[in-house]
Design a protein around this ligand. Structure first.
Ligand code: 5CA
Ligand code: ZN
Length: 409
């Protein structure tokens, strides 16, 4: 699939900093040490509804990861999927009487527009589940032939026991895993499974549902976790730097994905860091398509809200925090954007080289975007009160805010 156009990332004077980031697997902060080409996989949307603030907040976090890497003069190899066939998408299409492919295409198109408006850097490989099926089938066959997967009434399940490292991504106990599995697409209560947690790799064709040729697996469609594994292995290989998503993906999705890949290749680890963004809520509950308590990026844009203000609203919360979207959050971001724009529109201003370093330091410290915003606030306040004589400063500030925070002033 095509992704969306890239906004330019201005180069900044001085040196970027290496990123320290919280890794879910080791439950601590680690310093990433990517090679000259940093590799990142970020789980994409299931396109059955428009991009909401929760999605946008999560993609914002991983956009910052890339901006920090680009600032260290590395190249970034970024892969993202689109889960363009899965139960929730099919259920929504049936509920609304739509063709599921049209629904997926329409919502993916809207996502691209939202990402472009928010200046999120596009992946080099943007891959749909459907287009990945020819690559998924041989992986499932290999797992089955190696004894890491088994058949149950025509469906194929992954055996979590096949990976000695199973459980090391999310660090949850068996009971918590079972509950989350039931909540997030698993079927722990299906009779006949070797382990209740075993996830489906291949679902045999169901009446009235789309299905594809699965070689020796028979007709069917892929499970959710193997989709991301096939795409990541194809485009990044084992041991890539960051696997990213919201915290609701730590288990089962990223746990199972790591186990699939480790069982397939015999190598460890699948990703060097598993990074998870907090959940954005609305009216006290996690914003989610299934609950319908949503604030859409596209709706705000239609209402004339500047995408730069939306981005600033996302940046004003630490990516790992769970937080609540309110009108006040947006209002504050709009005011901040106004202050910053006024500050950089003057011909000169306070010396800003230190500010660039402060933004770099804040982001390198587990993506502390709120600290970066406060640093820019201080410079803007100084500009407003005393001004300054540095002719390069306003330009430098707007380039730094663009390059490191993705906000166009
Ligand atoms: N297609 C799968 C991943 S392979 C999926 O989870 N799609 S999604 O559309 O449900 O979510 C897309 C991304 O947004 C995921 O990383 C998810 O963790 C994140 N996300 C969903 N809801 C929220 C929320 N309320 N707050 C923050 N992030 C969220
Ligand atoms: Zn995924």
């Amino acid at each position: 699939m095509y992704a969306w156009p890239a906004s330019e990332v201005p180069a900044l004077p001085g040196e970027g900093r290496d990123l320290q980031i919280h890794d879910t697997a080791t439950q601590g902060t680690i310093t990433l040490d990517p090679g000259p080409v940093a590799r990142i996989y970020v789980c994409g949307i299931t396109p059955y509804d428009a991009t909401h603030m929760g999605h946008a907040a999560t993609y914002n976090a991983f956009d910052l990861v890339q901006r920090v890497w680009l600032d260290t003069k590395r190249q970034v190899h970024y892969v993202q999927n689109v889960t363009d066939v899965d139960d929730p998408l099919l259920e929504r299409a049936i509920r609304d009487g739509h063709d599921w492919t049209e629904l997926a295409e329409r919502e993916t198109a809207l996502f691209r527009e939202d990402m472009t408006a928010l200046r999120m850097l596009p992946p080099q490989h943007y891959i749909g589940a459907v287009e990945a099926i020819p690559g998924i089938v041989p992986l499932v066959e290999r797992l089955r032939d190696a004894g890491a997967a088994y058949e149950l009434e025509g469906d194929v399940y992954f055996s979590v026991e096949a990976d000695p490292h199973f459980g090391e991504v999310s660090n949850l106990d068996a009971e918590a895993m079972r509950l989350l599995s039931a909540e997030r697409g698993g079927d722990p209560d299906r009779p006949g499974k070797k382990n209740p947690l075993d996830p489906m790799l291949w679902m045999s064709a169901r009446e009235g549902e789309p299905s594809w040729d699965g070689g020796t697996l028979g007709r069917g469609r892929p499970g959710w976790h193997i989709e991301c594994v096939a795409i990541a292995l194809d485009h990044l290989g084992m041991g890539f730097d960051v696997q990213g998503g919201g915290s609701d993906l730590a288990f089962p999705h990223h746990e199972m994905g790591a186990s699939h890949a480790q069982a397939l290749t015999g190598e460890y680890p699948f990703a060097k860091a598993y990074v998870h963004a907090g959940m954005v809520a609305l009216n006290g509950e996690k914003m989610s398509k299934s609950k319908g308590n949503l604030v859409f990026v596209s709706k705000l844009r239609r209402d004339g809200v500047d995408p730069a203000a939306i981005r600033l609203a996302l940046l004003s919360h630490h990516y790992r925090a769970d937080w609540e979207w309110t009108d006040a959050v947006l209002e504050e971001a709009q005011q901040r954007l106004g202050r910053w724009r006024a500050a950089v529109s003057r011909p000169d201003g306070p010396y800003a080289d230190d500010l660039v370093e402060e933004i770099r330091e804040a982001l390198a410290n587990d993506l502390d975007a709120p600290a970066a915003l406060l640093a820019v606030d201080r410079w803007a306040a100084l500009q407003e009160s005393d001004g300054g004589t540095d002719e390069g400063a306003p330009g430098l500030v707007s380039r730094a805010v663009d390059a490191l925070l993705g906000v166009a002033l």
